[in-house]
Write a protein that binds this ligand. Structure first.
Ligand code: PBG
Length: 336
């Protein structure tokens, strides 16, 4: 409980500690450091870099430019990247490209580990880039996403990523029971140290739109949504149940996603469990800030850094953000 028995005004003047920059910094409660951030990269098989139109400043990176890209990322001080495949990966009913040992992601992991062995690699557990439906799982004839059958494929996907050298497997699919199945299969195959980062409280959010453009699942998904597996935005008790189960099943870290619209959920999860807690500032949040900044409605740097502090204040230990490279430059310039 906060101490509320302070001397009243005018003995106490809270503005006193705000009167100089050095004082404000001295008493600042939360700090962002570059090692808090994870930078997502969209990888393509095409020859050229391709801008993601709804995400100004973000490009799909061709595999042959990935080495150069990750060297730059590492030189900025970023310690972990999250990989997503874009558009042209093979799509099928059984999503078999998800666990192809020579798939785009598997090749990317190997290349990054050869180029920058100290850069952490996080990979996505979900089938949406590989299914004909754009859904995160396998579907039956009625279009229903099948839970246990999908978990079996996720296990294959995780094993193929582990074999290629991924450090962190982060299932974003929201199937029930997948963390337990993944932990068991990874351990049995000798990957006891692969980290499982559970997208525990992932909401059925409209803020994923630009990501689905980038990955190329939007057209396949069409008018369908993901409400039978992602969480209802109206709920927050349910998020605690999701996190409880994921921790019981062996998750090393848990995630709340999206970020800013769900700060209350982030706060509750961190307060309740005190485990490493990740927040994902998603593509739609990025797009909103970029759009407003481009119109000069907002000061980009100030607005973005404010969102970072909001995440820290609410309890985030780790922030996944498309702004990571820009933030790295801002933090560096500050220290010059
Ligand atoms: C797919 C996945 C999504 C995101 C990360 N993994 C989109 C979705 O669930 O449709 C969203 C990330 C973002 O919007 O930045 N499993």
């Amino acid at each position: 409980m906060p101490i509320l028995n302070r001397a009243p005004f005018p003995i106490t003047r809270l503005r006193r500690l705000r009167s100089h920059g050095f004082l404000r910094e001295l008493v600042q409660e939360n700090q962002l450091v570059i090692t808090d951030l994870i930078y997502p990269i969209f990888i393509t098989d095409m020859d050229q870099r391709e801008p993601v139109l709804s995400m100004p400043g973000i490009e799909r990176i061709p595999l042959r430019e990935l080495a150069q890209e990750v060297k730059e990322i590492q030189s900025l001080g970023i310690r972990v990247v999250a990989l997503f495949p874009s558009a042209q990966v093979e799509k099928s009913i059984d999503a078999r490209a998800a666990y192809d040992p020579n798939g785009l992601i598997q090749r990317s992991i190997r290349l990054i580990k050869q180029t920058c062995p100290d850069l952490g690699v996080m990979t996505d557990g979900a089938l949406d880039p590989y299914t004909l439906t754009g859904q995160d799982g396998l579907t039956n004839e009625q279009g229903l996403v099948l839970n246990d059958e999908t978990v079996d494929v996720l296990v294959q996907q995780a094993l193929s990523h582990a074999k290629a050298g991924s450090d962190i497997f982060a299932p974003s699919d929201m199937m029930d029971g997948r963390i337990g199945a993944l932990r068991q299969a990874l351990d049995a195959a000798g990957y006891q140290d692969m980290i499982l980062l559970a997208y525990s409280a992932k909401y059925a959010s409209s803020f994923y739109g630009p990501f689905r453009d980038a990955v190329g699942s939007a057209t396949h998904l069409g008018k369908q949504n993901k409400a039978t597996y992602q969480m209802n935005p109206a709920n927050s008790d349910e998020a605690l149940h999701e996190v409880t189960l994921d921790l019981q099943e062996g998750a090393d870290m848990v995630m709340i996603k999206p970020g800013l619209p769900y700060l209350d959920v982030l706060w509750r999860v961190k307060q309740t469990f005190q485990v490493p807690t990740v927040v994902y500032q998603v593509s739609g949040e990025y797009a909103m800030l970029k759009a407003a900044a481009e119109k000069n409605y907002l000061n980009e740097r100030l607005a973005v850094m404010e969102t970072m502090l909001a995440f820290k204040r609410a309890g985030a230990d780790i922030i996944i953000t498309y702004f990571a490279k820009q933030i790295a430059r801002w933090l560096r310039d500050e220290n010059d």
